[in-house]
Structures are given as structure tokens and as C-alpha cells.
Design a protein around this ligand. Structure first.
Ligand code: NDP
Length: 246
């Protein structure tokens, strides 16, 4: 497909899981794609090689989302390499579960830095480069709306925060014809939430379709939001959860 031909995308946390699936899908739709990674350089390089082998253009950038300056540099490097920026996907995120008694202050601060502050930093850095038709897409979570089970309090708070940030930024960028949306996946099979993980049976029992989502299914929604067809959707949190919230 060529629906994104001529466009340039930056996907944070594109080395694995949902971010890697989004990077590959946007590239398949015709975009040149930069992706950031922090701990998984080999996985990031594999994603780049897969995109290039399929005839696309891709670049992996080392950028820890907890480091605001690194996030800003990733935006700048994307523009320097591909000459423009049309689509920012804020995907990088960390999950740690634990009850109120167990969860650490360190995790609270780190989750806020990666799941929330980096979304603000990247969006602010990308904004000057985005033009009419530009897109900011953040990967929140369905737990921003419904924690669903014990132990998800801090993680849920980070995902509720990006839902609010999405609405606010959508108001700021709407006059420029740029849309800003938040995808809220339900449980999705990735390293973060492995298909053989300890919570899988519990999670499946909460999902109307009785199975977890696939990273490619989340990427399909991101591709739609990135496309010109989604021009009238902004400030929205779009749930894709197999009926977890139903
Ligand atoms: P994974 O743990 O499988 O992958 C996380 C990705 O984020 C990796 O590419 C990782 O890169 C990157 N990342 C993590 N920390 C940092 C950091 N400090 N700086 C830069 N990149 C970082 O997670 P998923 O693919 O499952 O999750 C992706 C997003 O989707 C997250 O925001 C998550 O909260 C959200 N989500 C996931 C759900 C699920 O069930 N899987 C459900 C709902 C939402 P590296 O290894 O190179 O550091």
C-alpha cells in the first residue's frame, strides 16, 4: 500500500512488541520510519532490517525515554535523516504490577517518566515539524479506564494521564489540522504480557473474545489513525481490547 507514501514516522520503543508491529506496518503503508530503543539494540536492528528487506526506509535510534534530552534528539535525528516528520507514535512504556503496599516509589517515578513525561517531551519536540495532516498517536491502555484487577494502580494512573494529555494537545494542535489520539489496547501478547505469563488465564476470563490481542491488530488501528481517512478523529481514546471493557 502507498497510503503513507512520502510521510515520515517516529515510533518510540519500536524494538519489540506493539511498537515494532506499528513500525513495520507504517513502513508497509509507505512511510519512512525511525524507531527508538533503549535496552534492545539487536531487536531494533532486526526491525530495521526487516523493513529495509521489504523495500522500506528505516532507522533505529538509541534513546531512553526516561531521558528528555535523548527523546528530543531522537526527534531531531529523525528530521535530519528523513527531512520531515508527519507521524509521532508514543509507544514506549513499562509495566510493573503490585498492590499499594508493594509498589515502589522508584517504579512510580520511572513509570511517570517513561509512560507520561516522554509523551509530553516527544510531542512538544515534534510539534514544530508537524504540518496539516500531521498525527500524534499515543499507546495508552484500557487500564486507564478500568484497572480491572488488583495491583495495576500506578500503571493505570500513567495511562489515565496520557488520555488527558491527548485531549489537551488535541485542542492545541487542532487549529493546525493535526490530530492527536490515544489507543487503549487491552491485554496484548508481547514480552510485557507474554502468552504463557502467570496472569493470562485471569486476563482471558475478563475478555469477551476470550483471547489476548495481537501486536499486529493494535498496529492496524495505529495505521488507520495515521491515514488521511482518520482526519476527523482527534482527542479520542480508542479502545481495542477484545471486549475487556464490555
Ligand atoms: P514490550 O515490553 O513488549 O515492549 C516495550 C517497548 O518499549 C520496547 O521496544 C522497549 O524497547 C521500549 N521501551 C521500554 N522502556 C523504554 C525506555 N526507557 N526508552 C525507550 N524505549 C523503551 O511492551 P508492549 O509492546 O506490550 O507495550 C507497548 C506499549 O503498549 C506500552 O506503552 C504499554 O504500556 C502499552 N500496552 C501494552 C499492553 C499489553 O498487554 N502488552 C496493553 C495495553 C497497553 P527496549 O527493549 O529497547 O528498551
Amino acid at each position: 500500500a502507498t497510503v503513507l507514501a512520502g510521510k515520515v514516522a517516529l515510533v518510540t520503543g519500536g524494538s519489540r512488541g506493539i511498537g515494532a508491529a506499528i513500525a513495520k506496518r507504517l513502513a508497509a503503508d509507505g512511510a519512512a520510519v525511525a524507531l527508538t530503543y533503549s535496552a534492545s539494540p539487536d531487536r531494533a536492528q532486526e526491525v530495521v532490517e526487516e523493513i529495509v528487506a521489504a523495500g522500506g526506509r528505516a532507522l533505529a535510534i538509541l534513546a531512553d525515554s526516561a531521558d528528555a534530552e535523548a527523546v528530543r534528539s531522537a526527534v531531531a535525528q529523525t528530521v535530519k535523516t528523513f527531512d520531515r516528520l508527519d507521524i509521532l507514535v508514543n509507544n514506549a512504556g513499562i509495566l510493573s504490577l503490585g498492590s499499594l503496599d508493594e509498589i515502589s516509589l522508584e517504579y512510580f517515578d520511572r513509570a511517570m517518566a517513561i509512560n507520561v513525561r516522554a509523551v509530553f517531551v516527544a510531542s512538544q519536540a515534534a510539534s514544530p515539524y508537524l504540518s496539516e495532516g500531521g498525527r500524534i498517536i499515543t499507546i495508552g491502555s484500557v487500564v486507564g479506564d478500568r484497572a480491572g484487577f488488583p495491583g495495576a494502580g500506578v500503571y493505570s494512573a500513567t495511562k489515565a494521564a496520557v488520555a488527558g494529555l491527548t485531549k489537551g494537545i488535541a485542542r492545541d494542535l487542532g487549529p493546525r489540522g493535526i490530530t492527536v489520539n490515544n489507543i487503549q489496547p487491552g491485554p496484548t501478547e508481547t514480552d510485557m504480557n507474554p502468552a504463557d505469563g502467570p496472569h493470562v488465564d485471569m486476563l482471558k476470563g475478563l475478555i469477551a473474545l476470550g483471547r489476548m490481542g495481537k501486536d499486529t491488530e493494535i498496529a492496524s488501528l495505529a495505521a488507520y489513525l495515521a491515514s488521511p481517512e482518520a482526519a476527523f478523529i482527534t482527542g479520542a481514546s480508542l479502545t481495542i481490547d477484545g471486549g475487556f471493557l464490555a
